[in-house]
Design a protein around this ligand. Structure first.
Ligand SMILES: Nc1ncnc2c1ncn2[C@@H]1O[C@H](COP(=O)(O)OP(=O)(O)OP(=O)(O)O)[C@@H](O)[C@H]1O
Ligand SMILES: [Mg+2]
Length: 261
């Protein structure tokens, strides 16, 4: 089982879209996929038509007590409308977690511990993370083998990214195995100067981390979310889906070569 987290301390950069689109593409290759929603807003949960305000059991339950059991973890998983995609949903109660977690030791590994019970059930786990550095993002970073960092190609994109890179460095001081990451340029529009210059700057500053696949602006992503479908089911031929497919091929190749996640 491989675990990838998607995170950036900046909001609205395409994190949830990255999770959903890659999930759809992974199932096309025959993988069983679990999605974990660690964002108190529950966008990923809402995407699949579950209501984070109403939901009774959610990832929140993982933080109620340090000891977890297999039945407890399994009971949190929901089937989605997509046959090979399951979901561990978020509830709005997650928003209270940061306050409650203050001073409590050991809560940073709850998601990692929960996933150990699911080793045989899934090939891939994709974790959606909130745009805030706190106990939930720490869990996302601790539970994964590889991190995906979507970055919107616009002015000031790099400033937000610098914060995220510092966070990764901090996490790496505490991890035995180094956390590798891939920066994914998103919302790219080659007609705008802001997109072109920020992409160039990304490649200059982070030549080894920026993905060769660049995700273009594509309205199909929004259409897919309105319909609650993974983008590749709505329109497999769209430019956006093509770009994510290219990204996925690169990520899987790196994996085969044994370099990371
Ligand atoms: N490449 C794209 N082209 C056009 N629209 C996109 C693209 N990627 C995402 N979107 C749309 O932009 C909005 C924000 O994307 P998304 O929810 O994936 O970002 P996010 O980083 O998860 O945001 P948040 O920080 O609020 O969780 C959504 O309406 C989504 O459909
Ligand atoms: Mg999101």
């Amino acid at each position: 089982m491989r675990v990838w987290s998607v995170a950036n301390q900046k909001g609205g950069v395409g994190k949830t879209t990255t999770v959903v689109t890659l999930a759809g593409l992974l199932t096309e290759v025959g993988y069983r996929v679990l999605l974990v929603d660690l964002d108190p807003h529950g966008s990923l949960t809402s995407y699949f038509r579950f209501d984070p305000d109403e939901i009774e059991r959610s990832v929140y339950d993982l933080f109620e007590q340090p000891a977890l059991t297999a039945p407890q973890v399994n009971s949190l998983i929901l089937k989605t409308s997509h046959e090979s995609i399951d979901l561990m949903p978020a509830s709005t109660a997650l928003a209270t977690l940061e306050r409650k977690a203050v001073g409590k030791e050991g809560l940073g590994l709850q998601v990692a511990k929960a996933l150990r019970f699911l080793q045989d059930r899934y090939d891939f786990v994709l974790i959606d993370s909130p745009p805030v550095l706190g106990v939930l993002m720490v869990n996302a970073l601790a539970a994964c083998q590889h991190l995906l960092v979507p970055v919107q190609t616009e002015y000031l994109a790099l400033r937000g990214l610098e914060r995220m890179v510092r966070t990764i460095e901090m996490v790496n001081r505490a991890r035995r195995q180094k956390l590798t990451h891939t920066i994914i340029p998103t919302f790219y529009d080659r007609r705008t100067q802001a997109s072109v210059s920020s992409l160039r700057e990304l490649y200059q500053r982070y030549p080894d981390q920026v993905s060769g696949a660049v995700i273009p602006v594509d309205t199909k992503f929004r259409n897919a979310s309105i319909k609650g479908l993974v983008p590749s089911s709505l329109d497999a031929g769209s430019r956006g889906v093509h770009a994510y497919a290219r990204l996925l091929r690169q990520l899987l190749e790196v994996r085969k070569a044994g370099q990371s996640g």
